[in-house]
Design a protein. Structure first.
Length: 274
């Protein structure tokens, strides 16, 4: 007696099947990439399809209903993904074509008896465990005890999650959000007051000898001989000086009256006429 064992296809055969049946590539392109003929590509695809049909579990009404529900949830997740992409394009460009996509996706989601994200919630329960409230209820049900009342649960936790479609008969009186922690304001540090010591003003008598000699040499032409020795008498005498003229060539006072504009014009005309 002889028996034949059907070996599974290779990784290359699965890749060819995926590219041709799922990705929508042509047989010519797949044959060119894999260095095969188009006829050979068709044979590989037929073999993989035959193996997958034999490897599927036996069909039953319960199994078909489960697969149908799974397909509905997968379709809902895909439509939710398309809805998010369309909303992103609408916010970025505000084009009317994204509005049509959003309306069609919303209509398709309304016809599916599935809520997007249910499969992700099942994966989270399997990987991270149920929520604390669900875990407490499950333990109470397995131990034959009554679940804790809403008053006890709200005493320990400010907010509780309920099952979908369940209304809370006794909602908490306070806000579910945690209370903000009040931080006392920081006390400003005061720096010690510094005492400012006024500096002693420097007078002309405290100047160095070199600066005093230069000052006397600069102001000596402007001081009369009598006022150098008798400052009081010079202060009482009437001032005969009318102009102080200091130039790099001449330092001192002059008694000449400055010329007016009319006199300067007259002298200019006399100089031009000569």
């Amino acid at each position: 007696m002889s028996c034949t064992l059907s070996l599974p296809p290779s990784a290359r055969d699965f890749e060819i099947y995926q590219r041709l049946m799922l990705d929508g590539a042509s047989t010519r392109q797949v044959a060119s990439d894999c260095s095969l003929s188009q006829t050979r590509v068709r044979q590989i695809v037929s073999r993989v399809a035959h193996w997958m049909a034999q490897s599927l579990p036996p069909s039953s009404e319960a199994m078909d209903a489960s697969y149908l529900r799974l397909a509905q949830h997968i379709a809902a997740d895909r439509l939710q993904f398309l809805y998010g992409e369309a909303m992103h394009g609408w916010r970025a460009t505000h084009q009317a074509k994204f509005t049509g996509v959003i309306l069609r996706v919303t209509a398709a989601l309304g016809k599916l008896p599935a809520i997007p994200g249910t499969l992700d919630a099942l994966l989270a329960d399997a990987l991270e465990g149920p929520l604390p409230d669900d875990d407490t209820l499950a333990r109470s049900a397995s131990a034959g005890k009554q679940p804790p009342s809403s008053e006890t649960s709200t005493a320990h936790k400010p907010c509780s999650d309920l099952e979908p479609g369940t209304l809370d008969s006794s909602p908490p009186s306070e806000d579910c959000s945690p209370r903000p922690i009040s931080v006392p304001p920081a006390t400003p540090t005061r720096l010690p007051a510094t005492t400012v010591t006024p500096s002693h003003p420097m007078t002309s008598s405290d100047m160095p000898p070199a600066k005093s000699a230069a000052r006397r040499a600069f102001l000596s032409p402007a001081r009369p001989e009598s006022s150098r020795h008798t400052p009081c008498a010079a202060a009482d005498a009437p001032a005969a000086i009318t102009e102080l003229k200091i130039t790099p060539q001449t330092l001192g006072f002059t008694t000449q009256k400055p010329m007016s504009r009319r006199d300067r014009r007259r002298l200019r005309r006399l100089a031009n006429s000569k």
